[in-house]
Design a protein around this ligand. Structure first.
Ligand code: COA
Length: 258
């Protein structure tokens, strides 16, 4: 069985982590597959947006594959975290095309981190979120301490990280960890209705929104300067001219990503 199942719907790539018998746990094969799939997302002009979900009714992703932990020492653990962060989680976060998580069940440990690396999240009402690494004598290694704090604030992040307890979808909604909670059968249709909207926007505008928002959390960049640069550069694009012309001519714009 392929570790990822891929399907394409009107310019949206749906990536489903596909190890349902192991609750879609992220082993190194899945990490490598996600890395190369994200490379394709960056370079394939037919892909305008991405939805990440999990196969089966029970789990989005129940964490990193714990069976791969037994042989790790300090150097191996650091290498695993660094490799995963740079090859998958940062690549998703910095993707110039929107990446949405459709969380269809357990999103624990690396699964919660995977969802948080996405630009925003939807959940089914049976979803559960948590960072249970403390129960294994560990902490998150795929960016969880940072992104959870960014998304839900320091106090709530500290509590979830230190207790290792799970929150349900309604609590995740209340915390701002997810944007919508829907019944399981409505999860993918809802995600696809959002990507359909996004697929009609100017691709360079979407890339600009992602880059500018990410700059808020990047200490090496001044977010306001980043915004000024991108705002200015977009005026030189054909799509900005098309957007203004379409508005003035009272018609829908036809964006080309140029
Ligand atoms: N790594 C490796 N295998 C995992 C896994 C993980 N993170 N999460 C689940 N699995 C495997 C189980 O070992 C089991 O495999 P088996 O059938 O070969 O024994 C299978 O997935 C089903 O899981 P199971 O525990 O039987 O399901 P459950 O409904 O009883 O419990 C969870 C669901 C999510 C509560 C439980 O699987 C769990 O706690 N998983 C680990 C979560 C975790 O700590 N993640 C962070 C890792 S850093």
């Amino acid at each position: 069985m392929e570790s990822l199942s891929l399907s394409f719907h009107n310019h949206t790539l749906i990536i489903s982590v596909n190890r349902p018998d192991k609750l879609n746990a992220l082993n190194q094969t899945v990490i490598e597959a996600l890395s190369s799939t994200m490379d394709d997302v960056y370079h394939n002009a037919d892909i305008k947006s991405v939805i990440i979900t999990g196969s089966g009714p029970k789990a989005f992703v129940a964490g990193a594959d714990i069976s791969e932990f037994t042989l790790l020492d300090a150097a191996g653990g650091k290498a695993m975290a660094r490799n995963g962060q740079s090859r998958v989680f940062n690549k998703i976060e910095q993707s110039p095309k929107p990446v949405i998580a459709a969380v269809n069940g357990f999103a624990l440990g690396g699964g919660c981190e995977l969802a948080m690396a996405c630009h925003f999240r939807l959940a089914s009402d049976n979803a559960r979120f948590g960072q249970p690494e403390v129960n294994l004598g560990l902490i998150p290694g795929y960016g969880g301490t940072q992104r959870l704090t960014q998304l839900i604030g320091k106090g709530r992040a500290m509590e979830l990280l230190m207790t290792g307890s799970m929150i349900d979808a309604a609590t995740a909604l209340q915390y701002g960890l997810v944007n919508y909670v829907v019944p399981p059968e409505e999860l993918l249709p809802k995600a696809l209705s959002i990507t359909e909207q996004l697929n009609n926007k100017a691709p360079l505008s979407l890339a600009g929104c992602i880059k500018a928002v990410n700059a808020v959390f990047d200490e090496t960049r001044d977010g306001y300067e980043t915004e000024i640069d991108i705002f200015g550069e977009l005026f030189d694009t054909a799509d900005a001219k098309e957007g203004a012309a379409a508005f003035l001519e009272k018609r829908q714009p036809r964006f080309k990503g140029l």
